[in-house]
Design a binder for this molecule. Structure first.
Ligand code: NAD
Ligand code: ZN
Ligand code: ZN
Length: 384
């Protein structure tokens, strides 16, 4: 049986999201149909529109693709399982699930060594068809359409691999669950896991959006003595104080002399980079903000073909500093998404406060305009 659903489809860089009807095929082996109830608007979706995260032609050729488009956006989401294909074991019809933009095969070298964010099945998430067998289940205007991160949460209904969903408790609000599936986990893990913030640390978070705000709350929960939030927007700086920041600055340039003063020249133990777009030249100031033996974590997504970065390698060596990348805050989705939700239930993790605005799917372009204008901590699409 083929089902109809509305979806926000992107047909090329620089285009608006187009809300239109898609056809969704039945789930095959290892696949589930999810009726999405909420989808967060993450800056990574916007990177498709700007082209920053669109693979160049040579990379597409390696994946056997002529074009990256059309694509259904959305990789933050939560919903309800509507149907399951054969040999699905971890969820059943009616279960509430969180999306996971990193799949979890459970058997690869990375899944079996506590590094679920690096699961080998993730190799298929920017490719064409399903992670399971490479064929298509979604069609628009009669042609196959791919899903961002093999999720496509900007659709009422999509068919995804069982590896891409995680069962969550039925009583949790699905808009909050959707945020944990990317932004909260990535930001929180960037601080607690990848930066390994320790009690008493001085931590700088640069860029206070849906990701950076959660790095702020992660740093606070990990016991940082100083949590310094940097963002040009006053609204973000004010909100950061509510999420656990101790100091705020409008720019790294403004922060550098102040952090020098407040740490008696020792500078930050950890600097976490979460601006909307990562540019190589931002690393010079990040390195100045990082003290001896300190760590810089790069979480934000840079333009995919950018090669240059302004790191002074002499200072990197002589001051024993380190630079680390992170995907999904280096967490393991199947373990950490339920744990984050437990912390929400326990009142330790703020989720409701992250949702600034709710949108209907039809208003998705307004939602991203609001994100770009810095009006939202997170905007969330809610389906009826
Ligand atoms: N590594 C991962 O696994 C992963 C996962 C999700 C998102 N991301 C990336 O994280 C980044 C942040 O995403 P988001 O959804 O929070 O974006 P957002 O648009 O909600 O927030 C970005 C914030 O950065 C601020 N900013 C921009 N330039 C700045 C600068 N030079 N200095 C200080 N602040 C600056 C903006 O004012 C804004 O408040 C994006 O690049 C996104 O693609 C990475
Ligand atoms: Zn995201
Ligand atoms: Zn795996």
């Amino acid at each position: 049986m083929t089902r109809k659903a509305r979806a926000a489809v992107l047909w090329g860089t620089g285009e608006p999201w187009k809300v239109q009807e898609i056809d969704v095929d039945e789930p095959k082996r290892g696949e589930v149909l999810v009726r999405w109830k909420a989808a967060g608007l993450c800056h990574s979706d916007e990177h498709l529109v700007t082209g920053d995260m669109v693979p160049p032609p040579e990379a597409l050729a390696l994946m056997g693709l002529d074009s990256f488009f059309p694509i259904i956006g959305g990789h933050e989401g939560a919903g309800v399982v509507e149907a399951v294909g054969p040999e699905v074991h971890s969820v059943q019809v009616g279960d509430h699930v969180s999306a996971s933009f990193v799949p979890s095969c459970g058997t690869c070298r990375y899944c079996t060594t506590g590094r679920g964010n690096l699961c080998d099945a993730g190799a298929g998430t920017l490719g064409g068809g399903m992670i399971t067998d490479g064929t298509h289940r979604h069609f628009v205007d009669g042609q196959p359409v791919t899903l961002l991160a093999k999720l496509g949460t900007f659709a009422e209904l999509t068919c995804v691999s069982e590896m891409s969903v995680i069962k969550v408790d039925d009583d949790l609000p699905l808009d909050c669950v959707s945020l944990v599936s990317c932004g909260v986990a990535t930001g929180w893990g960037s601080a607690t896991r990848r930066a390994d913030v320790a009690p008493g640390d001085t931590v700088v978070v640069v860029g206070i959006g849906g990701i950076g705000m959660n790095a702020v709350q992660g740093a606070r929960m990990a016991g940082a003595a100083k949590v310094i939030a940097v963002d040009p927007l006053e609204f973000k700086r004010e909100k950061a104080m509510e999420f656990g920041a101790t100091h705020t600055f409008a720019s790294m340039d403004e922060a550098i002399p102040e952090v020098t003063e407040m740490t008696r020249g020792q500078m930050a133990d950890k600097v976490i980079m979460t601006p909307g777009v990562m540019y190589g030249e931002l690393m010079a100031q990040a390195q100045t903000l990082t003290g001896k033996g300190g760590t810089m974590v790069v979480t934000a997504v840079a333009p995919i073909t950018q090669e240059d970065s302004s790191i002074n390698l002499f200072n990197l060596a002589m001051f024993n500093k380190e630079v680390k990348g992170t995907i999904f805050g280096s967490l393991t989705p199947r373990n950490d998404i339920p744990r984050l939700l437990d912390m929400y239930r326990g009142g330790q993790l703020k989720l409701d406060e992250l949702i600034t605005q709710r949108y209907a799917l039809e208003d998705i372009n307004q939602g991203f305009a609001d994100m770009q204008a810095g009006k939202n901590l997170r905007g969330v699409i809610v389906y009826d």
